[in-house]
Design a protein around this ligand. Sequence first.
Ligand SMILES: [Zn+2]
Length: 311
Amino acid sequence: MYVEIRGVEYLSVTELARRAEMKAVWVQSGRRVRIAGDGRYIELEVDSREASVDGLRVFLGEPPRMYKRTLYLSKIDAERYVGPMVGEYGRSTPQPVKVVALDAGHGGRDTGKVNARMKLFEKTFTLDVVFRLKKLLEAQGFRVVLTRTEDKYIELPDRPAIAAKHGADLFVSVHFNSVEASPQRVTGIEVFTMTPQYQFSTDDYKREGTDQARQLNPGNVHDVWSSVAAFQLQRRLLADLKTSDRGIKHQRYAVLRLAECPAVLVEGGYLSNDAEAKKIASPAYRQDLAEGIASGIRAYASTVAQARRSK
Ligand SMILES: [Zn+2]
């Protein structure tokens, strides 16, 4: 069922479509395939790491490849990443979502990203969003754990440890972004999950992190449900904030690497962009962001409940 292409295990899109009870068709002959069914779809492009699920940008671990006139998607991308986003969870059973851990990025001596012109610090806004989110989630019946409640630095490995100690079922780390090149052009939201074992992170185009790729990390146990959570969060955030879609990506961030439950890291906008920084500095935007994340968490929780019922 699987074929090996350039040392990577691949699955045909026909087989992925069959499993997900969808249909795979060429939308651009020899170039783009659409796997669709039940109002959901995955679009894949030959040799491109950028794909889309229901119109959301998703960065694959491996580019889809042509083999004997059929398109193939890497087994890991199919089974742990985009498959789960359209409801193909394999054999994994999710844990019901009762306790949510919220991690406000940075703190204390670590300011995070800075907009020096406007004197804005990432650490201030991450904490503010987490407080807003806690209120929203508690009103909806979730139990909430915060990794920090003041302007204090918490070591990175301690953050997932705090979540685990309180029995968190989902870990959400909140951050704001920055770019060096063309900062006034780049805006929007991106959501990260832990890079699966044997894959390279989204920004590692040169595939330099071979040793890291070989390693199995605690966070990888939850690849399937982290992908579902990232998808639900990005979908709700883009619908609510109507901002640009920077995509769902993989990175071996310490908080994701060490998480003992499904985990995502949300980058809620660019402080390096003056117009977006001004928005981030406004309580109204931060409330919208918190509401978007809360509604993504709710969507994730109901997806989990549904998957458990159908087991
Ligand atoms: Zn950050």
